[in-house]
Design a protein. Structure first.
Length: 349
């Protein structure tokens, strides 16, 4: 299907949560109108002309920046693959509560903004700072009655990485409102929750942040081999099949290209294997040029079916840290980090 005909799948209307169609992931950069959307609260109304970002807490000099003042601090561009920590939640058994994500809560874009460390250096963090907290303009009421803003933090050493940005541009265009305009954090290699949208306030802390989306949500709980409360941070290795699509009918008389993308926040993707017999045998895929750690890498194989009927196709990835996708779903109480092998079924005629 031509990319112009693709549309996001709406999971919830308000707050807006929408999946990227998997064929769009074969583009180097996911078009802005197909980039997945993850929201915990409604999109906040923001006056772009007057919006400012405050920097306070354990700093030598508190600051307040307009967009123009942030741009004056320096500009950089980074490519990042974002994935919602709940991607593939529907493939867990039993399915945990939470947004009902299939496979499309992931996208890649080229972000332009100011390196966060320039902003922090202008304020001068004190020597006792351990974390940097970020508050978004989005807010809402929890089930227990608390009215809160979305808030997350990063360890200081992560916040000072040169590739962490406060971005105002995505794929050469202004950030769309649903993706965080006018400013969002960009933390390459980490699950998308770290990249706080609609940033209004940055605080330097000398103790770890205690906040709903920091310590009550976006932590692993009940997962075998992990201590409860382990924070959701770097993306686990994953591969997705983008071509053909699940349920597609193919001709047994023609050679078919099976293609997709793979990424990992814990190392570069080093190998992708594909099975066309339900996982009985595997063959190595041809990998595209390495785009860098945390960025999706293209892969493909050519396949000529020698049978008719329903066929199961699987793809699994491995990274340079030795991580490999599991065959069975990873389960935890909140439905995060489920990087099981992607499987589709096609009909050979």
């Amino acid at each position: 299907m031509p990319i112009a005909d693709l549309q996001r799948q709406t999971i919830t209307e308000d707050p807006p949560n929408r999946e990227t169609p998997l064929p769009a992931l074969l583009e180097q950069f996911t078009p802005n109108d197909l980039f997945y959307i993850r929201s915990n609260f409604s999109v906040p109304p923001i006056d772009l002309a007057t919006h400012r970002v405050a920097v306070s807490g354990r700093v030598n000099a508190e600051q307040s920046f307009s967009l123009a003042e942030l741009k004056a601090l320096g500009t950089a561009t980074e490519i990042a693959t974002f994935e919602c920590a709940g991607n593939a939640r529907l493939s867990m058994d039993p399915v945990p509560a939470g947004t009902a994500w299939g496979w499309g809560a992931a996208s890649t874009a080229r972000f332009t903004g100011v390196p966060l460390r320039h902003v922090l250096n202008a304020a001068g963090p004190n020597d006792d700072v351990v974390e940097i907290a970020f508050e978004g303009a989005d807010h809402g009421t929890l089930d227990d009655g608390r009215n809160i803003h979305f808030e997350r933090s990063l360890p200081l050493e992560t916040a000072l990485r040169p590739d962490v940005l406060l971005a105002w541009q995505m794929n050469g265009e202004p950030l769309p409102a649903e993706n965080g305009a006018p400013l969002r954090l960009v933390v390459p290699g980490w699950y998308g929750v770290a990249s706080v949208k609609w940033v209004t306030h940055i605080r330097a802390l000398n103790t770890p942040l205690e906040a709903h989306f920091q310590t009550e949500r976006y932590v692993y709980s009940g997962e075998q081999g992990l201590a409860d409360g382990t924070p959701v941070r770097r993306m686990r290795v994953r591969s997705l099949i983008a071509q053909p699509t699940d349920g597609e009918a193919l001709s047994g008389a023609q050679t078919t290209k099976i293609a997709g993308v793979a990424w990992s926040g814990e190392g570069e993707v080093s190998a992708v294997e594909v099975s066309v017999d339900g996982g009985e045998t595997w063959q190595p895929a041809i990998l595209g040029d390495p785009p860098g750690e945390g960025v999706s890498r293209l892969w493909h194989i050519s396949w000529t079916p020698n049978q008719t009927g329903s066929v199961s196709i699987l793809a699994r990835a491995q990274d340079t840290a030795g991580n490999r996708q599991p065959r069975d779903p990873v389960w935890n109480e909140l439905g995060y980090g489920n990087n099981l092998i992607h499987e589709i079924r096609v009909e050979i005629r």
